[in-house]
Design a protein around this ligand. Structure first.
Ligand code: SF4
Ligand code: SF4
Length: 76
């Protein structure tokens, strides 16, 4: 049986922290990730990155993003 890996992936064509949180620039998906593997590494008002190797594929970030800028990807 093949093991399947799922991980969150940010669509940088859509992601825009200046739009989803114009006042603070904080990414709601970062706050939602209890595993701390999606981070605004360049600071507020900058898009987050996902450490995909450590992503648990739990969907919490996807549900938190108001702009639908995060998709789940699957590797087999
Ligand atoms: S991933 Fe979603 S919530 Fe996070 S900064 Fe981008 S648009 Fe905003
Ligand atoms: S899918 Fe879960 S573990 Fe992966 S970045 Fe999103 S919230 Fe974090």
């Amino acid at each position: 049986m093949q093991s399947k890996k799922s991980f969150a992936s940010v669509d940088y064509e859509i992601c825009n922290p200046k739009r989803c949180n114009p006042n603070e620039g904080m990414c709601a998906a970062v706050s939602a990730c209890s595993h701390k593997v999606i981070i605004q590494i360049d600071g507020f008002f900058e898009p987050p990155i996902v450490f995909q190797d450590m992503c648990m594929g739990c969907w919490d970030c996807i549900e938190a993003c108001q702009l639908d800028a995060i998709k789940m990807k699957h590797l087999s």
